[in-house]
Ligand binder design. Structure first.
Ligand code: SF4
Ligand code: SF4
Length: 89
């Protein structure tokens, strides 16, 4: 069998893209606890890790609750991925 562990109706295309800025994150775990969808898990250092991106509903709880503005949630725009060529400054 070459299918992934889970059958999904369409492609694994997230509606939202959640990002943690580790340089700002102080590992308080608030975002992990407040995400109603359980999108985050924590790594062994305590940093939040986006684990279930496809479950994100874009509610922005993580964004608003994070005391350090370390979370970014963006709508995933189809076909627009090309524009960031990795050049974040
Ligand atoms: S936007 Fe809402 S659902 Fe998405 S990761 Fe943040 S808290 Fe979770
Ligand atoms: S709420 Fe912000 S500072 Fe706290 S763990 Fe999440 S990203 Fe890091």
């Amino acid at each position: 069998m070459h299918s992934k562990n889970r059958a999904s109706p369409a492609k694994d295309k997230p509606g939202y893209v959640t990002k943690i800025n580790k340089e700002l994150c102080k590992r308080c775990g608030i975002c992990v606890q407040f995400c109603p969808q359980g999108v985050f898990t924590q790594d062994e250092e305590g940093y939040p890790v986006v684990k279930e991106q496809e479950k994100c509903t874009g509610c922005l709880s993580c964004f608003y609750y994070c005391p350090d503005f370390a979370v970014e949630v963006k709508k995933h725009e189809e076909g627009k991925d090309k524009k960031d060529g990795g050049g974040e400054k």
